[in-house]
Structure formats: C-alpha cells, structure tokens
Write a protein that binds this ligand. Sequence first.
Ligand code: SAM
Length: 281
Amino acid sequence: MGLVVLGEDDFNFLKKYIYSLLGIYMIPAKRILVQNRLQNRLKELRMRSFNEYCEYISSTEGKDKETKHFINAITTNKTDFFRDPEQFDNLKDKILPEIIEQSKKNEIVIWSAACATGEEPYSIAMTVKELLTRDKHINKHIKIIASDISTNALGIAQQGIYSVSKADSISLAYQKKYLLRGQNDKMDLIKVTPEIRNMVEYFVLNLMEDHFDDVCEADIIFCRNVFIYFQNAEIIKVIDNMSKRLLTGGYIIFGSADTIMYSGSSLEKVTGCIYRKKYNK
Ligand SMILES: C[S@@+](CC[C@H](N)C(=O)[O-])C[C@H]1O[C@@H](n2cnc3c(N)ncnc32)[C@H](O)[C@@H]1O
C-alpha cells in the first residue's frame, strides 16, 4: 500500500480531535506531519483512507482501542539528558538545598511532568544523587515522579536504554557513575544504572485533565518543552492545576524555550522560566 494522503477535511477533523484530547494545536503547516505520523496506524489497521480512520477513532470501539496508539503516533517526544544544563546546576546548588532546609517533611517530591522518554527525570535523579553524595548530612528522602501522556515514551523511560550518542550531553564524570555501556552487539547502547532508574516512579497523565488531584503534592515541578505545542488558554489551565499540587515555597521550572504569560496570583516569577509558589501573607 502506498502513501495515503490526508486531505483538508480529514486534517481539520484530526486537528480538532488532537486539540480536544491533548490540548495540542496543529497549525495548517502540520498537515504533512500528521499524515506521515499516522501512516503506520492506517497500515496496521489495513485502512485505505483517512476518512475511514477518522470514523474509526470517533467510534466507541476506536476510542477504546485506538486512542493510545493515536497519542503515541501524534506526540513529539524529543528530549535530551541535561537539556538546559544550567537548570540542573540551579537545582543542585540552590533550589534543592533551600527546599531541604525549609521543609518540615521527611520527604521532598520532584515531579517531571511531560517527561517523554525519561532523559529529564534521570537527569534530575543523577543531580539529586550528586547532592546526596556531596552533602552527607541530608537526611530527607527525595522522591522523583515522572508522567507523560505517551505510553510508548514511558515504556522507553522505564527501560532506561538509549543510543550511545545520547550520552554526549552527560558529563564524563556522571557517565562513569550513572551509565552502563552495552557489550558485544549492544555496543551502540547505554543503560542508566539500576540505582538511578529505581529513583524514578512513572505514571500516565494527560495534562488536559481537569485537575491533578491524584498526583501527590510536590516541592519542585519540571514542566519543560510541552507548552510549545499549547495555546495560552491551555497553558494557564495547566499552570493553575499544577500550582494546586505545589507546596508553598515550591518551584515550577519551565523550559527556556517556553513562552509563559502567566499572571495567576499564587505564583511569583523567580527568573524567566522559574516560578515559585508564594507564601500566604
Ligand atoms: C518535547 S517533549 C519534552 C520532554 C522533556 N520535558 C524535555 O523538556 O526534554 C514533550 C512531551 O509532552 C508530552 N505531551 C504532549 N501533550 C501532552 C499532554 N496533553 N499531557 C501530557 N503530556 C503531553 C509528549 O508526549 C512529549 O513526551
């Protein structure tokens, strides 16, 4: 079967569907991207047209069986270890020591929302491990939770196996401590050590949910490079919901490429992409 072309009407249908399901806004220029990403789904389902696929995903059976595959095909899970590296230095040298000192709880929670294939939460885990090794007097447990809507991405995250080129953004000192090299026919792969993997708990979460009441309260939230796909109304909704899960004095860290136009009253801006939950006056 050759390439199936996505016409304008079906693209408009899918565009609305993606927006209502994921909050992701597909501009007209994304038609070819949507067409290409769904080719394998059509092939798998032996469908010859996008019209047939659109009808299927709107049906009860399609909603039940296809939504997960659709989300996996449509989402962009591009990420790297230590993306925006200065944010991890900031976490280790300022944010986390401050939270540890101020918190009256025995456990500090860091949440990587929209964690994609795991490089972000593992970068957090390596950073935390470094801090705990450096400051032996820290007697709090640091829990790292990580969520995404893509079950495929979460599957890769849980395995913690990546191509060797992914190690390029990890310092040599961290590579030695926190990565295992593949042997023989797996020479082109690296694996995050079990010690680091076991520090992260993964779960599925759609950031478009009406609330995040099932997520435990967090001291620090990373929400990076997902708002680039959202419109302002969705960004505000997600930040409002996240701020409800953030403890007073806690931080939300956005990506340096994210445009945040947020004026809600519970958060104050610390720097361009870091916000903090205000203390009640
Ligand atoms: C570009 S990746 C960013 C990964 C990582 N945070 C980083 O900065 O490198 C964006 C992630 O957002 C996820 N995503 C998109 N829409 C989402 C939604 N509505 N709910 C939860 N995750 C979503 C995608 O599956 C993808 O893994």
